[in-house]
Design a protein around this ligand. Structure first.
Ligand code: ADP
Ligand code: ZN
Length: 604
């Protein structure tokens, strides 16, 4: 493709030169005066003419004083017959040197070729323009089959990413150590008759460090790292994906041992034939090509394909067969110790003030992924820099937690007095119930400053990461979720559109209790609905019904019952503690935000 570009440019340049030259020659600098035949005849008779050059229909007349004049004659008529028609005497003519120039030279060719050349030029120009705009629409359109994979070759001078840079995920690192060993000492394994694994699938929620870990494996083994995203395979033209895969694997094999990292493999690796998400023909071809390439590895090729996804449930089973991505490594969200470690890794290059307690930060960030934690410290550093401080304070970090969790504060979102009051009571409802119920976590912060899409928020502080939850915890959780709405109703005898997400969340939780955890006596100890595997990764997934219509009805009834029960509990707490509810709401109206300590003090 590049060559065509080059050619087009050369053609255009040549034609431009010809055009310029042509106009140069045809327009003489001091243009000779145009005369008519009568003038010429007069001049000849007056012996003022020295010479006449005849070229085609043009006569160039040179006068005795070397002045030039031109005139046109008819094409068919010769000069001599013309002059004799005007009765110029042969005597007068004798003094004139007549030269007949055959003008069939460049001018003739230029004139005959010019229209052809011009139209050719226009067509070429048009073609060029089209190609260019196509390329503009999709930058990679011109590099059709090339994989566009980014390659990172180990450079001993640059500090490599190693397992040291990846905190937590101990089991995953343990698993991958083996891969590092394969890459470093393939002989050892081949001599034992072992086949080297070809594919490793990294499963984990976004930001849990899948890319980082793959790079670390390459870094540890000191091999090149090719990285491409599944979505990059699927592009403008059909059939491109497959040829990109071919190209990528070819490049990689040349550099073996090495690692190919395919991010978001679910973009191409979806169940074939499911026809979801359009253009699945293209995806299928791409996927097939990946499988073909992986099957085609020689035992000693020593190229290991690592792929990442957070949707293992949608992957084509063919990908998971032995000899393909048969190793699967799951990355969980970090627990409190891992979070502390990740914080340490990222705090490394940031000047922290003495008061920063990373353990404390880890305690306050349950549910944060590695990427969230990196983001958190980055926000804190930005805050410190904006205020021209030399060090990052604990306050910077704490305030950034809320920002990362809920989006930036929207201070410009101005509430009317009434709205403020309603929001205050709504949040006070959530907070009061959280505080009062025995199984709920303590309140960390209540605020009526809008953040992200929420008008206000109540944050709880789980003292530990719990893996097991009891039914009573869940019921209380439901009561907390509904608490905002119930408080509004109790105080204002009216409900607002307020937080519809509260209701949606509560409904979803209630449904889960019944269908996933078997926590409804009525429906018994069974799961309802076939979830597509691994809900823990946060994907809701499609659900397949494996129960009757009658059961569906019962589920609905049970959801309603659970929610009603929770609402009753919430209402009771609010009625019993009305004075505290007012106290919290009024403090919120006055101060907008209450921190954990001050909140506890409201109850003494
Ligand atoms: P994923 O590929 O799983 O979406 P990434 O590997 O791109 O996540 O992680 C994004 C960033 O988050 C990384 O560059 C790294 O800085 C940080 N990060 C994630 N997990 C960890 C971890 N376990 N230790 C240190 N940093 C991490
Ligand atoms: Zn709410």
């Amino acid at each position: 493709m590049k060559n065509i570009y080059k050619n087009v440019i050369i053609y255009v340049a040549i034609f431009a030169v010809i055009l310029i030259a042509f106009s140069f020659f045809s327009v003489n600098k001091d243009q000779p005066a145009k005369i008519n035949v009568t003038t010429l005849v007069t001049e000849i008779e007056a012996s003022q003419v020295k010479a006449i050059d005849v070229s085609d229909n043009e006569l160039v007349v040179t006068l005795t004083d070397n002045k030039k004049q031109t005139l046109q004659k008819e094409a068919q008529e010769s000069l001599s017959s013309l002059l004799s028609n005007y009765q110029v005497t042969p005597e007068a003519m004798k003094k004139v040197a007549v030269t007949i120039k055959n003008e069939e030279g460049w001018k003739f060719w230029a004139i005959t070729l010019l229209p052809v050349a011009l139209s050719g030029l226009i067509i070429l120009g048009f073609l060029w323009f089209m190609l260019r705009s196509a390329a503009g629409a999709n930058n990679k359109a011109m590099s059709f089959g090339q994989s566009g994979a980014r390659q990172f070759t180990p450079d001993p001078k640059v500090a490599q990413i190693s397992f040291k840079n990846v905190a937590g995920v101990k089991e995953a690192k343990q698993e991958l150590l083996e891969i590092v060993d394969f890459l470093k000492h393939p002989k050892k394994f081949l001599n034992m008759g072992a086949t080297i694994p070809r594919g490793v699938l990294l499963l984990g929620a976004p930001g849990t460090g899948k890319t980082l870990l793959a790079k670390a494996v390459a870094g540890e083994a000191g091999v090149p790292f090719f990285s491409i995203s599944g979505s990059e395979f699927v592009e403008m033209f059909v059939g491109v994906g497959a040829s990109r895969v071919r190209d990528l694997f070819k490049k990689a094999k040349k550099q073996a041992p090495c690692i190919i990292f395919i991010d978001e493999i679910d973009a191409v690796g979806r169940q074939r034939g499911s026809g979801m998400g359009g253009s699945h023909d293209e995806r299928e071809q791409t996927l097939n090509q990946i499988l073909v390439e992986m099957d085609g590895f020689e035992p000693n090729d020593n190229v290991i394909v690592m792929a990442a996804t957070n949707r293992p449930d949608v992957l084509d089973t063919a990908l998971l067969r032995p000899g393909r991505f048969d190793r699967q490594v799951t990355l969980d969200l970090p627990d409190i110790n891992d979070r502390e470690d990740i914080l340490k890794v990222h705090a490394n290059k940031k000047p922290l003030a003495e008061d920063v307690n990373l353990r404390n930060v880890a305690e306050r960030t349950p549910g944060f992924s590695g990427a969230d934690i990196m983001n958190l410290l980055n926000e804190a550093a930005i805050r410190a820099a904006r205020e021209d401080r030399k060090k990052v304070l604990m306050d910077d970090v704490l305030l950034s937690i809320d920002k990362v969790m809920l989006g930036p504060e929207r201070k410009s979102h101005i509430l009317s007095e009434q709205e403020k009051k309603i929001t205050a009571y709504h949040e006070a409802g959530h907070a009061l119930i959280t505080h009062m119920l025995p199984n709920s976590d303590p309140v960390r912060k209540v605020s009526i400053i809008a953040r992200g899409s929420a008008a206000g928020y109540t944050l709880k502080l789980p003292s530990e990461d719990k893996k097991l939850h009891t039914k009573s915890e869940f019921l209380e959780e439901l009561a907390v979720m509904l608490g905002g709405r119930i408080a509004e109703e109790e105080i204002f005898n009216e409900v607002t559109t307020g937080d519809s997400s509260d209701l949606r969340q509560a409904t979803r939780l209630a449904r889960k209790l019944i269908t996933d955890y078997g926590m409804s006596e009525k429906l018994g100890l069974r799961t309802l609905g076939k979830k597509e595997q691994m809900v823990f990764l946060g994907g809701e997934g499609r659900e397949e019904r494996d129960y009757s219509d009658k059961t569906a009805e019962m589920i609905d009834q049970e959801i309603t019952r659970l929610l009603e029960e929770a609402a009753k509990l919430a209402l009771k707490v609010i009625k019993d503690n009305r004075e505290y509810l007012d106290k919290i709401a009024n403090t919120l109206i006055e101060k907008e935000t209450i921190e954990a300590e001050d909140f506890k003090n409201l109850f003494v």
